[in-house]
Design a protein around this ligand. Sequence first.
Ligand code: HH2
Length: 277
Amino acid sequence: MSRILRCGRFSLSLDRPLIMGVVNVTPDSFSDGGLFFDPAQAIAHGRRLIDDGADILDIGGESTRPGSEPVPLSEERRRVLPVIEALSVHNVPLAIDTRKPELMRDALSAGASMVNDTNALGIAGALEAVAATDAAVCLMHMRGDPKTMQDAPTYEDVVRDVRGFLCDRVAAAESAGVARQRIVVDPGFGFGKTLEHNLALLRGLGVFSDLGAALMAGLSRKSMLGRLTGRGVEERVHASVAAALVAVKNGAHIVRVHDVAATRDALAVWNAVNRES
Ligand code: HH2
């Protein structure tokens, strides 16, 4: 039976891997900070990612890189809402990448169809903000908060601990009224994890498949790839594409990437080999 992600007015088939293209409307994101801070640049970038083959766009106005400071609601709103309004005319679902319930509501009213929350709807009011709509939601695992998350993170067993957390958050979302077909889970590569933790999660992605939710992986340009290749952030396209393919092979339904065109080409090969005859 075909699996579907229900995402507002969209129904996305999970029979082939989907590409989520990143639009960071921020001055300080780790990989592209400042490039798309101007709304016109962000809108043009979003259109380019759609042309390149993005299935979903993820629009964010707050960097969650290690050590980052929170952005006030009014500023985050000012950054992302004009971009969402402008891009919502295209026939591609938009995700709002935020932890703030108020902004979730505003972004969904402005045309977004998905909430991508690095805090897994953990802030008071977030579950209700999503449950009251037909939007999809991505529940991501993070250890601590961005400011301190890389300060010597420890786990008893990282794969089991992250799976347990996501299982609890899926149950919380479901009991608040969010149907399973609207839920995506994400182990949160780089969010309170060492290189070894990230590699264990990438190897063990299969254990998330029985949560009954779609699975997302965001490895693009992350520092673990810098550690493995010795390359700076703008030189991690090849490693990012390789990581996306490993994630898909190990069960990811959605890959969150900055380099949509390169990922699309790699997945075209993947899809051709894996197409049922
Ligand atoms: N990674 C980042 C931000 N949001 N959301 C999900 N679901 N999964 C991720 O892995 C993920 C995410 C970090 O990447 P980026 O947005 O490019 O950087 P920054 O947080 O510095 O803006």
